[in-house]
Design a protein around this ligand. Sequence first.
Ligand SMILES: *[C@@H]1O[C@H](CO)[C@@H](O)[C@H](O)[C@H]1NC(C)=O
Ligand SMILES: *[C@@H]1O[C@H](CO)[C@@H](O)[C@H](O)[C@H]1NC(C)=O
Ligand SMILES: *[C@@H]1O[C@H](CO)[C@@H](O)[C@H](O)[C@H]1NC(C)=O
Length: 529
Amino acid sequence: MAGPGLWFSLLLAAALAGRAAALWPWPQYIQTSESHYAIFPYNFQFRYHASSAAQPGCSVLDEAFQRYRDLLFSSSWWQPPERTRKQHAPEKSSLVILVSTPGCNELPSLESGENYTLTINDDHCFLLSETVWGALRGLETFSQLVWRSPEGTFFINKTEIEDFPRFPHRGLLLDTSRHYLPLTSILDTLDVMAYNKFNVFHWHLVDDSSFPYDSFTFPELTRKGSYDPATHIYTAQDVKEVIEYARLRGIRVLAEFDTPGHTLSWGPGAPGLLTPCYSGSHPTGTFGPVNPILNSTYEFMSAFFLEVSSVFPDFYLHLGGDEVDFTCWKSNPDIQSFMKKQGFGNDFKQLESFYVQTLLNIVSAYDKGYVVWQEVFDNKVKVRPDTIIQVWREETPVRYTKEMELITGAGFRALLSAPWYLNHIAYGPDWREVYMVEPLDFKGSPQQKALVIGGEACMWGEYVDSTNLAPRLWPRAGAVAERLWSSELVTSVDFAFKRLTRFRCELLRRGVQAQPLSVGYCEQEFEET
Ligand SMILES: *[C@@H]1O[C@H](CO)[C@@H](O)[C@H](O)[C@H]1NC(C)=O
Ligand SMILES: *[C@@H]1O[C@H](CO)[C@@H](O)[C@H](O)[C@H]1NC(C)=O
Ligand SMILES: *[C@@H]1O[C@H](CO)[C@@H](O)[C@H](O)[C@H]1NC(C)=O
């Protein structure tokens, strides 16, 4: 087989000519041709191969077949072509799926394979994958290959695709604290994530502003810390629904409970948890980060994270650890004397380390792995060697490329987010900068580069709620999705622009309020009605 470079240039030429399918993200290896086959909705079906490990009853695939049927042939854009019309193309009446390992009832994990092979030729219309997750990715690609002639007939071209993700962790962060996002906004986002082959939903559940996560161990947290405990919370049932909805789309849910900073909303429901701030020798009545010097704090965290560890089944939890403001700790006389006793001097990073280390020990005892924001590394907190560090700061304390070098140099796995804060917006085609980021563009050995497991697009919620979430995310987050899925050779902004423009029209057709990339219009057949 030819190397990726050759394959790529061949197909690039092929796809740029003619009516390119709106493939997004671009597959690793693809060969297409102008020969094509007709597809008729009334007799087309997805079928399991007789020797597939997944068979009817496999919820992940059964439901995906239904979804893709609806997406492909939804009545809103399908008017049956005239039956009498003469078809010059041979017909394909099914896509046959062969999954080689069972796993329909499992959860996707960081280690899950997502490879698939899609073959559409005279003899076959065939999707092969090792896992059901790979089959989901292949079904999405299949759905993007189908096109419709002006007369209304569906076609798919002769195509050979071998595809796999470049990075195993391709995440999107939503912040449900600054603004509450209704369950439907989260579920809708999961759908579009799957269209983009994202596979991790990083759920930043709580923060200073509100505590919508309804804890059964500490119900007062939501009762007193949510915007409205009747309407603006996520019940246990909601959380279950999100996790299952995500699973059915091959998406992991990475829950974040950020401490010791960003915790003001925890205060009212957990008296004594936060540090009282002082002015001189008097408490001011305001509170700072979690109080790291009390045993009761760790008893609380043990009970809270015991619950969280069982509610969120993914192996990883995100423990936050960013932007701890030391002002309040500095003002508190009890903390000052604790610092003296511990021999921390005036170094509040050591106090932060003391807290974070104790918390990490608690969480590791629950057999969980953890992701933390980069400050935990920057402040030299001792963490387990298998900790994942998420890089979010563009310039401080060093440029993010340097930070990636330092983190991987110390042997830790890294996730990149610094250049992918999509809540930042600018006039013009700002998706390009996002697209042009090369995650491995830092000084380091091949072993260091191998420690980069992927990255995440972040959508912080200060200025985002359900009214503007979708247009702000899509198609901009798609730029991150392709960077994390496709080959490092896929860097042409012009090629991306053409495909992303078409993909955006396809998103509109699928009911997503994706914003335009530039001047222009979507062809009639893609317009939402
Ligand atoms: C698919 O086939 C059509 C019709 O022959 C052709 O116009 C188009 O360029 C082909 N698309 C690709 C991606 O090869
Ligand atoms: C998936 O594809 C990658 C890249 O070609 C390869 O290294 C890996 O072995 C493949 N995995 C499976 C299960 O085929
Ligand atoms: C906190 O716990 C430690 C270890 O169990 C114990 O030695 C210490 O006396 C406790 N402190 C308080 C204030 O209860």
